[in-house]
Design a protein around this ligand. Structure first.
Ligand code: DGL
Length: 247
């Protein structure tokens, strides 16, 4: 099985994109809705909550887990891959969603980029670092959007329009030459239409729905040893740490 982990609902959009492209595999999704949002938590909490989520997915049969969460990818991925995985689960894999996003961006050859993300992702500066590795000339400005995940998770959708507008105005005022923006939190991809209303048409919006699917397909083609372990069947199981009656 391929596991998907997010702090809540956001990763569902990534899973949707992956299932559309790779419909034959079996999938399992875990949203840590009970402890979302991760974006305002400290690094240590984000690391251990992510490790617990990944471990649960391994326990239920996942051989490969995609962190469909920028915050977990920014704060926990490296440590999971370098320290935790080799010691505890040497035969399993964990992938993040930064590399696919940054590779996609690099192909666009833009020089001025804006990032919308959680506070933890913004302060990790992971996007600035990763983009810097592929393109030294790209100027990156960031906008933390701490109100968005709580609004999306609690279903308070009427307040999203004005909140997104304020964040979009904030980001665009930091660099008037922005050519592309990354929705650097999977929750934001679920409201891409609202972002589109407040960002000029000339600016490309990069959402991770399709970006991750393409990159995972590529990864599996290059890693036969992982691909051959994966269960097929096209089924998908959804798990939450929250109260499923409220979801
Ligand atoms: N979907 C997570 C991300 O991509 C949201 C993090 C949060 O829970 O604040 O960063």
């Amino acid at each position: 099985m391929i596991g998907f982990f997010d702090s809540g609902f956001g990763g569902l959009i990534v899973l949707k994109g992956v299932r559309k492209k790779l419909p034959d595999y079996s999938y399992i999704y875990l949203g840590d809705n009970d402890r979302a949002p991760y974006g305002s938590r400290c690094k240590e909490e984000i690391f251990w909550y992510t490790a617990e989520g990944v471990e649960e997915l391994f326990r239920r049969g996942a051989k490969l887990v995609v962190l469909a969460c920028n915050t977990s990818s920014a704060v926990a991925l490296r440590r999971l891959q370098r320290e935790w995985l080799p010691e505890t689960y040497p035969d399993k894999k964990v992938l993040g969603i930064f590399c696919p996003t940054v590779e996609y961006l690099a192909d666009l050859k833009v020089r001025n980029v804006g990032i919308f993300a959680t506070e933890a992702t913004v302060s990790s500066e992971a996007y600035i670092r990763e983009i810097g590795k592929v393109s030294l000339e790209t100027l990156v400005v960031q906008q933390a959007c701490p109100l968005l995940v709580p609004l999306i998770e609690s279903g308070k959708l009427d307040r999203l329009e004005i909140t997104v507008k304020n964040y979009a105005d904030g980001l665009l005022s930091k660099n008037k030459k922005i050519e592309a923006v990354i929705l650097g939190c999977t929750h934001y991809a679920t409201i891409e239409n609202i972002f589109r209303r407040h960002i000029p048409e000339s600016i490309k919006i990069i959402s991770q729905e399709d970006v991750v699917a393409k990159s995972l397909e590529n990864y599996l083609a290059r890693h036969e040893e992982v691909e051959s372990m994966l269960k097929r069947g096209g089924d998908c199981e959804f798990l939450t740490t929250g109260n499923s009656a409220h979801i």
